[in-house]
Design a protein around this ligand. Sequence first.
Ligand code: PAF
Length: 281
Amino acid sequence: MYIFRKTADLERYLKRQKENGLKSAFVPTMGALHEGHFSLLAIAQEESDFSIVSIFVNPTQFDDKKDLEKYPRKDEEDIRALVTRGCDVLYLPSPEEVYPPDSHIKSDFDLGGLDRPMEGAHRPGHFNGVVQVVNRLLEIVQPSSIIMGQKDYQQAAIIRRLLEVTESETELVVAPIIREEDGLAMSSRNVRLSESERKVAPKIQETLQWVKAQKGKKPLELVLKEAVAKINEGNQLRVDYLEMANAQSLEVVKNWEDSEALVLCTAVHLGPVRLIDNVLI
Ligand code: PAF
């Protein structure tokens, strides 16, 4: 596996690959890699002639500075795992390589309102930071495809929009959520849960499935109210939001009939972390 820490070196390498007619698939990450990331890498490997993973904990997307400081960093472990799994290229830049001093890296894109509800409403500025870094990474890597996980449903929808508004030739592939055996969605933040917190965490997914099963039985607003109470009971989990949205526009809906394709999204505080999950309905 080639490891590039300098943007200019990566760009030189990628130019040669392009001249040789080779197609790349790109997996942007913030490291602390787990099976969810490796499933994205496996798709990248199927989709292309060579795979590129980036590891960059992007400071501009953290609305909470403590979350940024505590974000797990495991570069050596991640490198070993990527080598084992046959990744071709790793881009491991410093903040100065991504955001060169005195450069203006665009962060204001017309996201068509996709950035307003749910994560957007609860983490001000978060999606500006995400589109800023993903757009910058795409400028550098110029991949044939970018692979993103459905776990960050709203983020994937926003990246689809970013590709449209920037008239990018890169194709977006959204990969299914990878879960632990007990249903908890894999996340780099899970390692920060204590034993007792880890035990109650699957309740998030169980409750999303329960809501899904109520379709056609009870009014949506009532079901969501009951679901919040279910998650919150026991005092360890605390719902930040639990919303049903139109799966395309992400507009929050109040009735089951408001859209044919729905997505139920939640963010839940548990001990030192905030976990997100979703289910398509
Ligand atoms: O999903 C993530 O890990 C990050 O938001 C991303 C897409 C790598 C941008 O920093």
